[in-house]
Design a protein around this ligand. Structure first.
Ligand code: 5RP
Length: 225
């Protein structure tokens, strides 16, 4: 079993009957959604899923997981999602799969968030992974220029076909190649106040449990409050 699959299957054990479950996006989350789908089909697990992307919605629908949108539920009991980097103090970068906006909305209304990763995602400090910033198309070149001036090494994300990538929310993504983020809170605050920025991939004080797939089995870390 690969390490992402191991983490995904372990996390699916936290899902119990009657829960409203946020279903994350990405290659690790895909294994978790598969496992929840299996439990719905084979064990009669009864849940409502809230997806974080069109991609996960298609997968969950195909598996027969009952779904509602975030606006049709009062809250989410538990969200399980992947992450691109997790620092030693459990702050995260997400959005490598371009779903950061919906992922952050669902996480914000969740009572508990579990991140599922392999060992490679655990870092001391955030920043080696480019930080995704979701922006509206109008004025996006001005933001690229501003980030350039700041020394953030911005790159407007393109698809493999070379087209500008458009997110599920109809926005663009500018990836900031920062190498090291010394103060994620201050950076998040700065980005939160920029006109045209819809959301950024700094997920701060959001995760409650991290499940790490490793060579010797899954490791569960409960984040201190
Ligand atoms: C998508 C995400 C993903 O959770 C993140 O990119 C991790 O993906 P993967 O599990 O494929 O490594 O934030 O927007």
């Amino acid at each position: 079993m690969n390490l992402k699959q191991m983490a995904g299957i372990e996390a699916a054990k936290y899902v119990t009957d009657g829960m409203i479950v946020g279903l994350g996006t990405g290659s690790t989350a895909k294994f978790m959604v598969d496992e929840i789908g299996r439990r719905v089909k084979e064990e009669g697990l009864s849940i409502i899923g809230v997806t974080t992307s069109k991609e996960t919605e298609r997968q969950a629908q195909a598996l027969g997981i009952p779904l509602k949108s975030i606006d049709e539920v009062p809250y989410v009991d538990l969200t399980i999602d992947g992450a691109d980097e997790i620092s030693a103090d459990f702050q995260g970068i997400k959005g490598g799969g371009a779903a950061l906006l919906f992922e952050k909305v669902v996480a914000t209304y969740s009572k508990k968030c579990i991140w599922i990763v392999d060992e490679s995602k655990l870092v001391n400090k955030l920043g080696k992974f480019p930080l995704p910033v979701e922006v509206i198309p109008y004025g996006s070149q001005q933001l690229v220029q501003l980030f350039e001036e700041k020394g953030f090494a911005p790159v407007l994300r393109k698809t493999s076909a070379g087209e500008i990538l458009v997110t599920d929310g109809g926005h663009y993504i500018i990836d900031l190649h920062l190498k090291e983020i010394n103060d994620p809170i201050a950076l998040g605050d700065y980005l939160d106040h920029l006109v045209g920025v819809v959301e950024h991939g700094l997920f701060l004080h959001i995760v409650s449990t991290v499940i790490v797939g490793g060579e010797t089995g899954p490791r569960t870390i409960n984040v201190p409050e």
